[in-house]
Write a protein that binds this ligand. Structure first.
Ligand SMILES: CC(C)(COP(=O)(O)OP(=O)(O)OC[C@H]1O[C@@H](n2cnc3c(N)ncnc32)[C@H](O)[C@@H]1OP(=O)(O)O)[C@@H](O)C(=O)NCCC(=O)NCCS
Length: 174
């Protein structure tokens, strides 16, 4: 899906961070229609995690024509691969290719870093989660193939009360 005119994706700088929690909050409200609890959709990435990722070059923003951030992707390293830890696009700017462009930016970076794959944990039955990633070349990753760091991600999701029967790990081989 091509990116709509006026938008672009670029690495984040510290001046971009202020609106990102509101972007994430607004994007997470999309989950309400899919029967998910506030304990799931009410979570936002802490500011210090955004700052750290930004300083490490592991945060990308989608910006509008006025260079204002309306979406972001935050990546971590887990078990020797890139792990897409958070992806959010403000619904006002949704379905214009920004989510796709952010995922492609992360995959491009991971490839440049010589990493073998990009992993993520998502919901099976929400159209903008697993089906969206499937169209971008991600496939389900058996839990048995998860290394210790990814298993830690799953454990923390369970402890936070996420609906684990609806969640799956996915991986795109680069
Ligand atoms: C996932 C997300 C980042 C996608 O952003 P986006 O900019 O809309 O993505 P794109 O425009 O590249 O692709 C959109 C595709 O995803 C699906 N999609 C996106 N929003 C949707 C919605 N509200 N309802 C149904 N399908 C939706 C559609 O298949 C859509 O393609 P289409 O518009 O051609 O039908 C965004 O929906 C979001 O922030 N969601 C809430 C947070 C989230 O789920 N993050 C990922 C967690 S692992």
């Amino acid at each position: 899906m091509p990116l709509s005119e006026g938008y672009r994706v670029r690495p984040a700088v510290l001046a971009d961070l202020q609106p990102l929690q509101e972007v994430e909050r607004a994007s997470s409200r999309l989950f309400i229609a899919y029967g998910l609890e506030e304990s799931f959709w009410g979570l936002v990435t802490p500011v210090d995690a955004l700052e750290r990722a930004c300083q490490q070059g592991m945060l990308w923003v989608a910006v509008d024509a006025g260079d204002q951030p309306v979406g972001f992707a935050l990546v971590k390293r887990k078990d020797g691969a890139a792990h897409l830890d958070e992806l959010a696009v403000h619904p006002v700017h949704g379905r214009r290719g920004l989510g796709t462009a952010l995922v492609e930016a992360v995959c491009g970076w991971a490839r440049e870093q010589g990493l073998p794959s990009v992993t993520l944990s998502t919901l099976r039955d929400v159209p903008f989660n697993a089906p969206f990633y499937t169209r971008l070349g991600f496939v389900e990753m058996p839990e048995t193939e998860a290394g210790p760091e990814l298993r830690g991600v799953r454990r923390r999701e369970q402890e936070a009360g996420f609906p684990m029967q609806r969640r799956l790990l996915m991986r795109r081989t680069l």
